[in-house]
Design a protein around this ligand. Structure first.
Ligand SMILES: Nc1nc2c(c(=O)[nH]1)N[C@H]1C(S)=C(S)[C@@H](COP(=O)(O)OP(=O)(O)OC[C@H]3O[C@@H](n4cnc5c(=O)[nH]c(N)nc54)[C@H](O)[C@@H]3O)O[C@H]1N2
Ligand SMILES: Nc1nc2c(c(=O)[nH]1)N[C@H]1C(S)=C(S)[C@@H](COP(=O)(O)OP(=O)(O)OC[C@H]3O[C@@H](n4cnc5c(=O)[nH]c(N)nc54)[C@H](O)[C@@H]3O)O[C@H]1N2
Ligand code: SF4
Ligand SMILES: [Mo]
Length: 710
């Protein structure tokens, strides 16, 4: 326990007739520590108490987290399997639902080959389940088509880190060190709304004089309290990072010794940023020369700095470039691998970190192994009990699976823990894909917009009805505890996958009775890989407040600070990014004269399928809106609350206007937590980053028209 925690506070939480079960929030990567109050008599969930003694979040929670427990026994929970008959869902037994799945998967695979059945996963699940999704696709179904919603979330961060560091761990330092940092350079992260419980660390550091620089086209609550707000034009992060590096080099802020010993490409980088003078950087980014120079000076002079970013810079067709360049800023300053300094991406989903390491990605096997590496295939095949030649080849990325549907290569899909009908870009194309499928299975606990397209909906349990581990945004592996028995006839995702595997004749590879057995196999599967969890046990997690990977043996302490001595590249050196700025996939034209960017609000989570069911959250934010500057609004005679039609090359939507000075004059922002006609993803550009295959959710060109409601 640390100095900010009251021991009395912890003791007083307990109420008679109730037990407190210690776990973590189901939503974002902060994974705030919480206790769930459960009736001793009925086993029902009664409420939540923040966990004061969890070192990362210390009793802080946000509006989503404090209401998350209300989803567990919510009246909308799906309690029995649903089968669509004559266009309507009817409840069925598990037997009937599994029969139907078995028949369809087998018939389609017989006719069109194994790859005709695809799996679309998600990372709001434990490591045990995420690991099993990869095995389920490759062993139970034998398909190469598997990918997951992290492709829309973490893939550009992963791509950028692999390029510069050779290992993708979201943070190079533990959050608990942030309060000792002198400077935060935060790009494209609305931290106060999306990782709210991080803010306390920045305040603490600020109390000691730390400086905050924020790069965001909007004056977010985080930007508002920054020492410098770099209000850049969406899609220009690479120019900004090159411009900052130009000043660092020109004015002697480079840690020459560190760069000489630990980095490659310095001479090439020097050449490539030469042209990025403050004037050119200002011209491209739209940020004033003064602000760019001020930010570079503060960053350059800070003894301990952390460069942080999130989807604002990653969800772009040049997202990997952006990550590699921002990361290089920290390397130039010699900050990576040291106390209270380094680089971090704000990992998005609860298990966005763990879920991306263990085989849900089309080309990855557990432990961050490559499916194209014969040794990796041999190692994992041995653990899975298959022959190496039975291991499917790499598939395609999440959005590209919908192209495979259009050409007939995918005819059935099992969506587990994702709602792509709302969250994938270019929605109407996604909807067409779901309609075209011969057979769609969705595992969820609430009927999502995606589930509405399904032939069979399987009732999964919520996070509170199973146990296991997740990996938070620091890379710390933590324990999720079972709070109550599964509601109705719902089953855990691992039971569902196991039961389908049995039907597909692969039961012998899925002989699990509990998640601990999966965890034990999973540890072994990660052994020797880049993301090595083999030394982590559930007991250790309890005793040590989580364990940071890599942790290759039970006597290894885990790795809170990455890259202390060497990087994960073959020569052990970091690769500075020598990359020029390139225009976004789509930019304003006469026909579509403004920029549309999308993102989040504090009250809703992702596709909104969970948070749109919570009264309190809906009262706070019932519908999407278009945030725009008063000058832009007045060009169209729009006032606060008016309706505006937004049109892009893909489609159009009508939303209410929210006039605010806290956004650039050329940019419109719309949150994406709603479906169907309220889905901003009808408008977004599916242009993909060439390496990460991440869609460009953050930049596209848009037209505005006032809608007269009479
Ligand atoms: N309340 C809430 N919290 C969440 C979530 C949620 O849905 N709701 N989801 C979780 C998940 S999965 C994720 S991935 C994270 C996302 O966390 P964030 O990435 O912080 O959230 P976003 O709102 O997507 O985008 C962040 C910021 O990027 C800015 N931006 C837009 N375009 C650009 C650009 O070109 N350059 C730069 N530098 N900035 C730009 C936007 O103005 C926005 O303020 O949040 C997690 N936490
Ligand atoms: N325009 C725009 N689009 C975006 C983004 C953006 O910034 N702008 N951000 C993208 C990002 S970063 C992300 S992460 C994606 C997320 O997009 P989605 O994957 O659609 O996110 P969720 O809404 O969390 O969907 C999870 C679904 O699974 C269910 N679920 C939750 N837990 C479990 C479980 O344990 N088991 C099962 N079987 N089901 C479960 C939930 O009820 C929900 O329906 O959206 C992306 N889309
Ligand atoms: S900050 Fe994230 S993990 Fe914490 S309570 Fe809010 S949504 Fe949950
Ligand atoms: Mo995300």
């Amino acid at each position: 326990m640390n100095q900010f925690v009251s021991k009395e506070g912890v003791k007083n939480l307990h109420k008679p007739g109730e037990k407190l079960i210690t776990t973590h929030c189901c939503y974002c990567g902060m994974q705030c520590g919480m206790h769930i109050r459960v009736s001793e008599k009925t086993g029902e969930v009664k409420g939540v108490e923040p966990r004061y003694d969890w070192p990362v979040t210390m009793g802080k929670m946000c509006p989503k987290g404090v209401t998350a427990y209300q989803t567990v026994e919510h009246k909308d929970r799906i309690l029995k399997p649903l089968i669509k008959k004559n266009g309507k869902f009817v409840e069925s037994s598990w037997e009937e639902a599994l029969d139907l799945i078995e028949r369809n998967f087998k018939e389609l695979q017989r006719e069109y080959g194994k790859d005709t059945v695809a799996v679309f996963g998600g990372v709001s699940m434990t490591n045990e389940k995420c690991y099993l999704v990869g095995k389920y696709a490759r062993v139970a179904l034998g398909t190469r088509f598997i990918d997951y919603n992290g492709r829309f979330c973490m893939s550009s961060a992963a791509g950028g880190f692999l390029k510069t560091f050779g290992i993708d761990r979201g943070s190079t330092l533990p959050w608990t060190e942030l309060e000792h940092s002198d400077c935060f350079f935060i790009a494209g992260s609305n931290t106060a709304e999306c990782h709210p419980t991080s803010i306390q660390w920045f305040w603490r550091a600020k109390d000691k004089g730390a400086k905050l620089i924020v790069a965001d086209p909007r004056e977010t609550p985080t930007a508002r309290v920054a020492d410098v707000h770099l209000d850049l034009k969406p899609g220009t992060d690479s120019a900004l990072a090159n411009g900052i590096m130009h000043i660092l080099i020109a004015e002697g802020y480079v840690d020459v010794e560190y760069v000489g010993e630990r980095c490659n490409n310095f001479e090439e980088l020097k050449e490539s940023v030469k042209k990025w003078t403050p004037n050119l950087t200002s011209e491209i980014t739209g940020v004033s020369v003064e602000k760019i120079i001020k930010a570079a000076h503060i960053f350059g002079m800070s003894p301990r700095s952390v460069v942080m970013f999130a989807r604002g810079v990653e969800q772009q067709s040049k997202g990997v470039d952006n990550v590699a360049l921002y990361t290089s800023m920290a390397l130039l300053r010699g900050q990576v691998g040291k106390f209270a300094s380094g680089v971090a991406t704000f990992t998005g989903q609860g298990n966005g970190q763990g879920g991306r390491e263990h085989g849900q990605k089309s080309d990855l096997l557990p432990g961050y192994r490559k499916i194209t590496d014969p040794e990796a295939v041999k190692y994992i095949s041995d653990i899975w009990g298959i022959k190496p030649e039975e291991m499917p080849k790499p598939g395609v990325s999440a959005y590209e699976m919908f192209d495979e549907i259009q050409v007939g290569n995918i005819r059935a899909m099992h969506v587990i823990c994702s709602n792509p009908a709302v969250s994938a870009p270019n929605s109407e194309y996604i909807w067409k894909g779901f309609e075209k499928l011969d057979f769609l299975v969705v595992s969820d606990f609430f009927l999502s917009e995606t589930a509405e397209f399904a032939d069979v909906v399987l009732p999964a349990t919520s996070w509170a009805e199973d146990e296991g581990t997740t990996t938070n945004l620091e890379g710390r592996v933590i324990r999720i505890r079972k709070v109550r028995e599964p509601l109705g006839e719902s089953k855990t995702d691992w039971e569902i996958m196991r039961d389908i595997a049995i039907r597909m004749g692969k039961g012998k590879h899925f002989q699990y009775e509990n998640p601990l057995q999966i965890f034990e196999e999973f540890r072994l599967a990660t052994k020797g890989g880049k993301a090595d969890y083999s030394g982590i046990t559930w007991d250790r997690i309890d005793k040590e407040d989580g364990v940071f990977w890599p942790c290759p043996s039970e006597d290894h302490p885990g790795t809170p600070t990455m890259f202390k001595d060497k990087f994960g590249t073959p020569d052990g050196k970091a690769n500075l990014a020598v990359i020029d700025w390139k225009e976004a996939g789509e930019y304003p034209t006469e026909q579509f004269p403004h920029i549309l960017t999308t993102g989040r609000v504090v009250f809703h989570y992702l596709s909104g399928n969970q948070t749109r069911r919570i009264d309190f959250l809906m009262q706070q934010c019932p519908e999407p809106f278009a945030e725009m500057h008063p000058e832009l609004a007045s060009q169209y005679n729009l006032r606060d609350g008016d309706s505006v039609k937004l049109t892009t090359k893909r489609s159009e939507m009508v939303v209410k206007v929210r006039v605010t000075k806290a956004i650039r004059k050329d940019t419109v922002f719309v949150p994406y937590h709603w479906g169907k006609e309220l889905s901003v993803n009808k408008l977004t550009n599916p242009c993909l980053d060439p390496t990460s295959r991440m869609p460009e959710f953050k930049v596209c060109a848009v037209k505005l028209e006032k809608v007269y409601n009479d």
